[in-house]
Design a protein around this ligand. Sequence first.
Ligand code: AMP
Length: 302
Amino acid sequence: MSLLAVGSVALDTIEIPSGRYEDILGGSCTFFSLAASHFAKVRIVAVVGTDFPEEHVDLLRSRGIDTAGLERAEGRTFRWSGRYSATLAERWTLDTQLGVFAGFQPKLPAAWKKPKILFLGNIEPSLQRAVLEEVDRPELVAMDTMNFWIEGQNASLKKTLARVDLLVINEEEIRQLSGEHNVVRAAASVRQMGPSKVVVKRGEYGAILFAEDHAFAVTAYPLSDVVDPTGAGDSFAGGMCGSLARAERLDAAAFRRAMVMGTVLGSFSVEGHGVERLRTLTTEEVEGRYHAYGRLTHVEGI
Ligand code: AMP
């Protein structure tokens, strides 16, 4: 199935226990597409400024990602900076600068208007809708967002939400969006806002899919060394949507496998700072960890 993604392509500055990294490659669309590229051809819609190093575009292309919808505009690239606590359990956004995203009007190449799966990555909600309006109704519209937009663009975010099938969101953010502390109640409340399916990401505790008539839970893959959680959520979404695109099916069994692939890609993403681990990741390693995950969670006769 064809897979189209919109989201941020960014230069991130992060402070993690291993050090400070300035203006490194980041962005929701970047992590998503690198993760999904192990399963499907990904087309991306985003904008970068004149300061964006060409070698980053080369990295995306080297993974087979189609960058024909990645515009280069006059101005500065989107920048985000964040600081993590010593245990990586907490994160503070220090700064968000929209740069060229502020005036971005996505233009899709003519051949891109019929994606089967559309991922609206974390970016301004009106921009997510602009992409939705450019395409014929896909079979699956998935979406991610974060506190920045829940707080700053709540009404617009809800308009986008009303038009999607699947929301992938972290625990803290779904609490904020729904006003409910309990995640089961929070997911039920958000499902009333539009998406028939909601995935709640719970960091090292895994993720839960709440669907029409069932729920499905995965644990995170146990790792002894976590370096940088940045982009784990987008990598999860990329693994998930990529897996669905490769399966060419959107039934419950395909979603279960996709949840595990999301978990696997999220786990690789946190093993290096920024996109470093995804840069060298091979599809063999992805498949290997997918099978290891199967052994980790297998229960005979259940
Ligand atoms: P995650 O850790 O999955 O929440 O994703 C972090 C990535 O999201 C970073 O690489 C940032 O560049 C990007 N990001 C942070 N804030 C925003 C925002 N307000 N809009 C779009 N992308 C953002």
